[in-house]
Every structure is written in C-alpha cells, then in structure tokens.
Design a protein. Structure first.
Length: 427
C-alpha cells in the first residue's frame, strides 16, 4: 500500500537545503527516533531533500543574511517521551503572496547546455498585486514555461494563474502555437527576445470562462479561455479543434456583431472587448464572396469596342491597366468616360472600384487618350519619312506610337515632313 501526495516547500527552505544549512544534522536528529510516525516524516524529508538537490537550478535569496536560519533548532518533546533538540518548522514561514514583503529570488541554472555557450541573462518579474519583484538568472535557451512554473510556485499557484507581459503590454506566450497542436514548441527566453535588465509583469489572470462555437451544422465545440485572450488566438484555437484549414476563411458572430480575425484591428480584440461572457455561443460561418460580375463595353474614338466582364469590386486602375496592356498603350495614357462624365480614379489616383465609379451592367464606356504630359516630346524620323509624338517612359526608354495613337493625332503621320512641335490641342 502506498500514497501519493505533494509537498509544498517555501523558496527560503529550498535555498537552505541547497546551501546545506543544518539539513543533514536535522535528518540525523529525526532518524534517532524509531517510532513509525517519525520514521515516515524522516523518509518524506529525505525525499524532499533529494528532489531539491536534483533541481536543474539553484535558488539564492538576494539577501544572504536572513533573520533566522531556515532550520532553527528548538527544544521539543515528541510523543514517545524522547527529549532533545529536533528541527522545528522552518523559522521563515511562507510569505503571504498579498503582503508586500515577498523576497526576490534568483534562479541560477547549474546544468550547462550541450554546446556550453548559451548566454546567461538576468531579468525581473514584477507583480503589481503584491508590489514585489523576483529576479531570475537563466540561460537564454531555457523555456519561459519553466520560468512561469517557478514563479507561480513561489505563491503555491499554477502558472495559469498569471498573465506574463512585456513592458509594452504584449502578452508573453509559453508556446509558439496553440498548445494542443503537436507542432507547438515552447518559447525560450531567446525566441521571446527577453534580454538582460528587462522587467516583465505578472498579473493575476481573471477566472477562465467557457465559450461555445457553433457551426452551420449546429455542431458545438466548447473551449476554455481567459477573458483577456485575443480574438485571433481564440479563433485559431477553434480552427485547430474544428479541423478548419484557416480561421481567416470564417466569420465569428456573437451578440449581433460579426468579427473577422483577418482584420488586423479585430484580431487584437480581447474576449472582454467583444463582450463575450462565460457560456456565450459564437456562431461560425464560412466567408461568402458577395461580389458579382459586371459586363460592360469599352469603345474607343474609332468606334472599336471591347467587351469586359469584371467583378464589381475591381478597381478602376485595374481596368485601366488591363485596357492599356490590350491596346499596347502606355499605362495611365487613357481616360474613361461614362454617359459623358469622366470616370474618376485610375492609375494616377488609385481609383475606386468600377461599381463605385458608376460602371453598371451593360454600360458603354468611351475611352480617349489623355492630354500629353509636359515631358512628352516629338521625335523626328527623317530617314523613314515619318514623324510621331512619342514619349519617354518612366524608365527613360523610348517607345514607338501604336496605330491607335496615329488615329487620334500626334501619333504616326503619313507625311514626309519632320515635325519639330506637336499640336497639343489635337489630343
């Protein structure tokens, strides 16, 4: 018959055990008494000492002059009538985590890494609840999960009871992905960018809450999150559990508001920001492409027509670029008009969508060349007996005018005379 149980030991005692302050003498004093209860206590104490000495780091009080040794001898009488000095309870009891005199500690790794050249860094973790700081000294390849576990153990709490953040407020994650995913690896001090002299913050996390995700098949998936969890994290965790290819392909609706984790601002909302409470249901739906096709005609000055079919959310600049490529014209050299009004936008201005610009199903758009820009110049081709108002491209290269340009004027001319100027009014 055996029993399993946990023994909670204050860090002051851990430090004393590792320093060996009266530990062996205390164990010897316990072993003198042969009654069964004392022998059981002796075995437990030896087990605790063995576990402490097997720790991969040592605990050192910043103040190496405690007011009393961790194991102070005291005269006591045991139940068997044996009198003598036996170790009492630790003279420095565990400090209430809500009292402002928590002693900082240093975690010093004494197990070198395989390559032996990992940087040793020192940083502090500040708890605003207790107005106290603990100093940690560890190798840069140590995982923050171990740091969080050691810190929370200082208060007899689990690491999930704290939210660790950088000074700028960003939350420190223990893993580089959802913890339930097999590919998630623990973040190290180096991967998190934690460096010498940094001050991190540990805040008491609010109570966890359960949130139910319901898809279109009415399948419910209930998960547990902190109220301060970011929406992007929550959505991706659900995507992992629900077998979704990507959370960004879905929308999440709660309390009448729809959220998209592909939106940068919404991705940084917390569940608190979204007014999500314990037991709330979030509806999950795949995104729907609400765009539709518009068919319209582009007619040039020679009444030549080209039919285009584009989505209503296509930018005017995309239409202009596609038309210029098709007509072998320089980009931004054309101007569209619909019903006698200029279509605003285009490559020069960024432009709205074709729907916003007033292009509708069955519309006929006229296109003409823009008035030449000031840098346009006329080049004479005397040897060929032709003249043209060519242009210098943005990359400095010269381009021969297209047949379409000759029809509008200022382009190819059937004349043997070389032109020294061009008539801008003809454009």
């Amino acid at each position: 018959m055996s029993a399993l149980f946990n023994v909670c030991v204050p860090f002051e005692v851990v430090a004393a055990i590792q320093r060996g302050e009266g530990v062996e003498q205390a164990l010897q004093n316990l072993s003198i008494t042969q009654d069964l209860p004392t022998r059981m206590v002796t075995d437990i104490a030896r087990g605790v000492v063995a576990q402490v000495n097997a720790m991969p780091y040592s605990v050192t009080l910043k103040s190496l002059n405690p007011s009393a040794p961790a194991f102070a001898p005291a005269t006591a009488q045991d139940s068997t009538g044996f009198g003598g000095d036996i170790p009492s309870a630790p003279a420095s009891p565990f400090t209430d985590p809500f009292v402002n005199d928590v002693k900082p500690i240093i975690l010093t790794p004494d197990t070198p890494s395989l390559d032996g050249d990992e940087e040793i860094i020192t940083f502090d973790i500040y708890d605003p609840t207790t107005d106290s700081s603990l100093s940690f000294r560890a190798q840069s390849d140590k995982t923050f999960d171990r740091i969080a576990t050691a810190y929370a153990g200082r208060f007899n709490l689990h690491k999930s009871a704290f939210i660790f953040t950088f000074q700028h407020g960003g939350e420190i994650t223990l893993y580089d992905g959802p913890v339930h995913m097999p590919t998630a690896d623990p973040n190290t001090l180096a991967s998190l960018g934690i460096d010498n002299g940094m001050v991190l913050t540990a805040r008491r996390s609010a109570a966890n809450m359960k949130v139910t995700f319901r898809d279109q098949m009415m399948k419910d998936t209930t998960l547990t999150f902190r109220p301060t969890s970011f929406f992007a994290y929550v959505a991706n965790v659900y995507a992992g559990y629900g077998g979704l290819s990507s959370a960004q392909e879905y929308t999440f609706t709660v309390h009448g508001s729809t959220y998209d984790c592909g939106d940068h601002d919404q991705a940084n909302f917390t569940l608190e920001d979204m007014d999500v409470s314990n037991g709330d249901v979030i509806m999950v739906k795949p995104k729907v492409d609400e765009s539709y096709m518009i068919t319209f005609t582009v007619r040039d000055a020679m009444n030549r027509e080209e039919v285009f079919e584009m989505k209503n959310n296509t930018l005017v600049r995309s239409l202009e670029s596609e038309y210029c490529d098709m007509a072998d014209l320089r980009a931004d050299s054309v101007q569209f008009e619909i019903d006698g009004c200029e279509v605003a936008g285009g490559l020069q201005y960024g432009g709205p969508t074709i729907e916003e610009a007033g292009i509708y199903e069955g519309a006929v758009i006229t296109v003409q060349l823009r008035k030449p820009l000031p840098q346009e110049r006329v080049f004479a081709e005397k040897d060929r007996g032709l003249h043209f108002a060519g242009g210098i491209g943005f990359n400095g290269s010269r381009r021969s005018p297209t047949p379409a340009e000759s029809e509008y004027g200022g382009g190819w001319g059937r004349s043997t005379k070389a032109a020294s100027v061009y008539d801008a009014d003809r454009w």
